[in-house]
Design a protein around this ligand. Structure first.
Ligand code: CP
Ligand code: NVA
Length: 305
């Protein structure tokens, strides 16, 4: 059987995502129910950027399943610098059963997957963060059920939003996106999401008005204004982002029991205030925990045979 990669949430069908969530639910209840399933299997985490949640949850996930994970950080492999991505992919495939890659350019993770003969999982690129998107939607269904919800994303239209947008379209959730002008989601991703959404009766709306976007929202989601690798744009863009801060005033315009989500790491005091992060509406740590359960389900699906 040919190997299967997870570079985008759209690599999975709706029934596959639903199955993944069922498996994640089982792991959440009983973390060691499948211990030994990945016995003698090893993966490498090829990371060009720092990580807490993605790295730790994949490493712990592998141990829980009986396997092993090797962390190859930014200074180790030097993907595409010390040797070509093609050579690295071919060699790593001789040692390992899977790769999780965190790259700057999405083309790099695509190239890695092209030449690797083992499954490659995108652990965040400049374009997409599929593991995050899957775990976010798992968390939303865990808290709100499987029915219609209105998700309001407020902030920068980047990797995390892209995966949430594509995933929401597949699962039929409504997503309202408020970004400053010039920080809208990628046009190609939006087009793809709209096409998927039209066959799943899900709504996608874009605005530059955060107040309009959060009205009647069940979920308010935000991400940092400056992503890893974009630090140079920091000073320039902050003024435009100010009205998009998720603070008490903005949250008061949504439903009373609105859930607050953030992929983390958060830049407290920038895109979200302490008051909102630490409020009873915030589910950020549940969301972070679910990365572990969902990723174990992903590992089992791609490496479990
Ligand atoms: N949300 C997320 O991917 O966190 P890390 O960057 O810490 O892995
Ligand atoms: N958009 C952020 C997400 C971090 C998990 C970044 O790329 O840095």
């Amino acid at each position: 059987m040919s190997k299967r990669d997870l570079l985008s949430i759209t690599d999975l069908t709706k029934p596959e995502i639903e199955n993944l969530f069922e498996t994640a639910k089982v792991f959440k209840k009983d973390p060691f129910c499948k211990s030994g399933t990945l016995k003698s299997k090893s993966i490498a985490l090829v990371f060009q950027k720092p990580s807490n949640r993605t790295r730790v949850s994949f490493e712990v996930g592998m141990v829980d399943l009986g396997g092993h994970a090797i962390y190859l950080g930014p200074d180790e492999l030097k993907l595409g610098v010390r040797e070509s991505i093609k050579d690295a992919a071919k060699v790593l495939s001789r040692y390992l059963d899977g790769l999780v890659a965190r790259t700057f350019s999405h083309d790099d993770v695509t190239e890695l997957a092209k030449f690797a003969t083992v499954p490659v999982i995108n652990g965040l690129s400049d374009l997409l963060h599929p593991c995050q998107g899957l775990s976010d939607l798992f968390t939303i269904e865990e808290k709100c059920g499987k029915g219609k919800v209105k998700i309001s994303f407020v902030g920068d239209g980047n990797n995390v939003l892209h995966s949430l947008l594509l995933g929401s379209s597949i699962l039929g959730k409504d997503i309202f996106i408020a970004t400053p002008k010039g920080h809208e989601p990628d046009a190609g991703i939006l087009k793809k999401a709209k096409k998927i959404a039209s066959s799943n009766k899900s709504v996608i709306e874009l605005t530059n008005d955060p107040a309009a976007s959060v009205k009647d929202a069940d979920v308010i989601y935000t991400d940092v204004w400056v992503s890893m690798g974009e630090e140079a744009r920091k000073k320039k863009s902050f003024k435009k982002f100010k009205p998009f801060q998720v603070n008490k005033k903005l949250v008061s315009l949504a439903k009373k029991d609105v859930l607050i989500m953030h992929c983390l790491p958060a830049h407290r005091g920038e895109e979200i205030t302490d008051e909102v992060m630490d409020s009873k509406n915030s589910i950020c740590y549940d969301q972070a925990e679910n990365r572990l359960h969902v990723q174990k389900a992903i590992l089992l699906m791609l490496l479990g045979g």
